[in-house]
Design a binder for this molecule. Structure first.
Ligand code: 6CS
Length: 402
């Protein structure tokens, strides 16, 4: 119920805003910042697109970014936040808008795999540190974020990666208890449109399906999906927990959003402005960690107080069974996205002290994601095309009506 209300409001506002402003550019903004990503004027408006609604982790991070940039620029720069729904109807609309410069920067997470296949690295299970702050620091370190493979993966698609925002552990919910991979057998668990996530949950024995974020509440309610994966704050703010019986903490991965900018816009900024962004994103590593920790802790309490959902925390032995099954998916990632993806993965494995020799470069795979596996939501395919396998299995996919 709450979801439907939140979304109808956002969509109504979004459609009006879109009609009036052509993807969020107000008439006063266009006077100050030009048609698209022109940064040459002293007074500019940077539009910042979010995949999540107001009150989310992405929103609080973006608010902190806005405050800092506006202060550091002495008021020359205004950052305009465009939460979920304000910029259009599907995530690909947001990513397209950032690629074409009509939105200057924004977040791209699991669904971004269709635009930047290498970004699916963030979806691999059992790669990052159990110390969440350490994970945030490593993902934002020069060793990873500024590395050639990571930078090039985005630059080739007209984007630049500016920061990484871990939003907390991805927590499963389901209508049955899950303690072992056997419990996942044939489970219709909803994943974002991302071939690595599908491969991961198939490796666990489940039958993953892809459904748009905005359609997920009713899909869970009506039994089109039996299970879901989200950080705790999202289970709460979208009301998903209301229509699920169990919440399972397996510590298999965090939800990570990539903060991306339009490449031409970024390259058109002054050195001072680029330094301002770098300083701000560095400051926000700790701030982002504090936001996600607070939101996830507080909202777990709300879920425990308001719902009758049963919480299950897997033991290390139980987690290890899933970890073992997830290992082969590293090679799937390398096979799908090629040498550059392997380069980025190897950096993370090294930084997190894991064995980097487990994957081999696949000579047949493309350097830029040409060799996506058969069900991948690749950059050449629409989300709908990318999820043919799920459609065959009777699942729904992200649609333009989201
Ligand atoms: O599951 C999803 O589709 C969405 N979940 C969150 C927490 N943020 C955006 C993302 O696309």
């Amino acid at each position: 119920m709450r979801l439907m209300k939140a979304f109808s409001t956002y969509c109504a506002v979004g459609l009006t805003a879109l009609a009036l402003t052509a993807c969020g550019q107000s008439s006063s903004d266009s006077e100050s910042s030009g048609d698209s990503a022109d940064a040459s004027e002293s007074s500019q408006t940077w539009q910042f697109g979010l995949e999540e609604i107001e009150g989310s982790v992405q929103y609080e991070y973006a608010k902190a970014f806005k405050e800092r940039i506006e202060e550091k620029s002495g008021g020359d720069i205004t950052v305009e936040l465009l939460p979920y729904g304000k910029w259009g109807s599907s995530y690909s609309a947001l990513y397209d808008a950032i690629q074409n410069g009509s939105i200057h920067l924004g977040f791209g997470s699991g669904f971004l795999g269709g635009t930047v296949p290498e970004s699916q690295l963030m979806s691999l299970n059992f790669i990052m540190s159990p110390d969440e702050l350490k994970t945030a620091k490593v993902l934002n370190s020069d060793a990873f974020l500024q590395s050639e493979p990571w930078q090039q993966a985005f630059k080739e698609r007209g984007l630049v990666p500016l920061a990484e925002l871990p939003e907390g552990y991805q927590v499963w919910t389901a209508n049955k208890a899950i303690r072992t991979p056997e419990d996942m057998k044939n489970l219709h668990i909803r994943v974002m449109d991302n071939s690595l996530l599908r491969a991961t949950y198939r490796a666990y024995g489940a039958a993953p399906i892809t459904i748009a974020y905005g359609e997920l509440y009713s899909a869970l309610q009506q039994g089109q999906a039996d299970a879901n994966i989200q950080p705790v704050f999202a289970h709460e703010e979208m009301g998903f927990y209301e229509v699920q019986d169990y919440m399972i903490f397996a510590k298999q991965s965090q939800f990570v959003a990539n903060l991306i900018g339009n490449l031409d816009w970024y390259e058109g900024l002054s050195d001072e402005q680029r330094t301002m962004i770098k300083e701000t994103t560095s400051e926000l590593v700790q701030v982002g960690h504090d936001i996600q920790t607070k939101f996830n802790e507080e909202r777990l309490k709300t879920i425990e107080e308001n719902g009758d959902i049963e919480i299950i925390r897997l033991s290390e032995e139980e987690q290890a069974k899933f970890e073992e099954m997830a290992k082969s998916v590293r090679q799937t990632f390398v096979n799908d996205v090629g040498e550059r993806g392997k380069g980025a993965l190897d950096i993370l494995l090294k930084e997190f002290g894991k064995d980097a020799s487990a994957t081999e470069a696949n000579a047949d795979s493309g350097q830029n994601g040409d060799a996506m596996s058969e069900d991948a939501g690749s950059e050449q395919m629409s989300s709908d095309e990318g999820a043919d396998a799920e459609q065959e299995a009777g699942a729904e996919t992200e649609s333009e009506s989201m």
